[in-house]
Design a protein around this ligand. Sequence first.
Ligand SMILES: C[S@@+](CC[C@H](N)C(=O)[O-])C[C@H]1O[C@@H](n2cnc3c(N)ncnc32)[C@H](O)[C@@H]1O
Length: 214
Amino acid sequence: MGLTEKFVRQCRKPEGFFGRFVGRAMNKGHAKVRRWGLGHVSGEPCAIILDVGCGGGAALRDMASIFPGARLHGVDYSHDMVSLARKVNKSLIDKGRLEISHGSVSALPFPDISFDLVTAFEACYFWPDLVQDLREIRRVLRPGGTLLLVNEVYENDMFRDRNKRWAAWADMQIHSPAGYRDLLTAAGYGDIEIHEVIARNWVAAVGRKLESPS
Ligand SMILES: C[S@@+](CC[C@H](N)C(=O)[O-])C[C@H]1O[C@@H](n2cnc3c(N)ncnc32)[C@H](O)[C@@H]1O
């Protein structure tokens, strides 16, 4: 198995020595797509934010700067990523602004109506039941709250061969922009926006938990 394949396979659940290396590499390697994605929600009033599949924790660090008054939570089902994200964000944790928990997107360890914004960077490819898992996120959002999904792999002919290879290696579910819109709609989100950078294969999906029950 080549190094690229070994790296991509780890992305599903980074563990062990190599997994921690992958977590740190993703903190750096995802910086541009993360910041582009966050640009779509940075004007929103957010007092409390959750990052699902937080990996090595760089998105939490970035969001602490973008939303200076906000409290932050991260969750990941890899114990090694929970430890790494805590290490990377030690000063925010010491200040009482950030908590990182072990847990799955399918059963988030938070009560209903807990968050103004829930983000997931490069993570939803791996979720076991995307519509159900998006509903679980909707449960923890406040009415009017926002979901942001950001990925640097989506269904597009320009990247077809690479994406097919990566999807096979890491068992990734890859969707088209229209597919993301349908998934968010099926999970009960409204005010959906889909943004793309076609030349880079970046996609950001934004949805809101509408005030009236659906
Ligand atoms: C490709 S990594 C991205 C990490 C980080 N968000 C970033 O952009 O660098 C995907 C992360 O999602 C986590 N993950 C995948 N499926 C998950 C699930 N069902 N519940 C919670 N975390 C999950 C993995 O453990 C991994 O840390």
